[in-house]
Design a protein around this ligand. Sequence first.
Ligand code: NAD
Ligand code: UD1
Length: 353
Amino acid sequence: MKTKILVTGGAGYIGSHTCIALHEAGYDIVVYDNLSNSNREAINRVSILIGQPIEFIEGDIRDTELLREVFALHKFFGVIHFAGLKAVGESVSKPLLYYNNNVSGTITLLEVMAEYSVKNIVFSSSATVYGDPESLPIDERSKRSCTNPYGQSKLAVEHILEDLAASDDSWNLIALRYFNPVGAHPSGQIGEDPNDIPNNLMPYISQVAVDKLEKLSIFGNDYSTVDGTGVRDFIHVTDLAQGHVAAFDYLEKQSRLNESGTTQQYSVGFLPINLGTGKGTSVLELVCAFSDVSGQAIPYQFTDRRAGDIASCYASVDKAKMLLGWQAELSITDMCQDTWRWQSMYPNGYDVS
Ligand code: NAD
Ligand code: UD1
């Protein structure tokens, strides 16, 4: 029988790509999403890409009763927990919404998991938990600190998972700290579909390339980096999706070893792992790469630094490689090519009306 995974937030950007990767790796999936920041069409497209319907439940992770029904109906091995709100600026103006959705929502989910003895979870954390790093590349033991409610909500969930692991060693809790996910599925059928004017760099660049936006503002050219612009660790979303498969393969392997009785009972506990490429790319380098790949000019202007931004951020990826046997494979060119394919095929994202 296939191993079954509940994917919260599976209709979203990273979730939809991960559903494909999980299916291809032989997992059975059930998607649970309230569609607050996604479109049912993403699930339809994923179903077409994998050639079979996806079991989809429209629901909120704060809805205890609905979650109980879902856990009673399915025998899950574990949960991949993408569901959450992610706009840093909005989190500053609506902190209660962010803490309620991201922190209370996760507590509700964990309570129901405990009721049904489902104790394997992979949580979507973020490099944002490292704040302004003291040294680069950033490894998982680096100090954590956050300045905005979105980041605080991720950090709070990490603390909850750590406390849970300390209280009961039957929990296996992996926090994947994503660096900067970009790109789209190579088919061009699914990708990132921001509701509003994008806050993040890659969707902004691609909307300029497709003439939806006039020009890019580059926030600061006086950082002490290769060309004065910010440096980030951009990672292709399909590589990220494979990282989730590797994390679940790891959890499954641990549980099989435990069941066979050949090893001493082993608990994963709380395990934070960076998912990045380990390479930094500057804002200007990304703009040039996108322009080359798309053949479009990307007009830009330099403006002031954005409050809360840091100069450079890239991951140490040794832990993912050592424990999960995973590493990112795709280049900046691949990231730009696939983003451009999705953006030019669907300039209005999933809104095809
Ligand atoms: P996304 O907004 O595209 O996906 C999140 C999904 O969760 C959406 O489909 C949304 O409808 C759903 N959702 C939100 N609140 C919910 C709730 N209460 N109940 C049920 N469903 C709910 O975002 P994404 O980019 O795919 O990110 C996925 C996760 O990864 C998020 O937790 C995000 O914070 C985290 N993350 C994202 C990035 C990034 O750059 N995209 C970086 C680091 C971490
Ligand atoms: C941002 C969030 C972070 C979140 C991550 C992924 C902030 C302060 N941080 O990270 O919490 O986890 O997104 O969702 O918002 N840039 C421009 N012009 C633009 C947009 C961005 O120059 O229009 C620059 C930024 O200054 C930065 C780089 O591009 O140097 C990357 O920005 P962005 O894509 O927003 O990601 P982060 O700031 O790394």
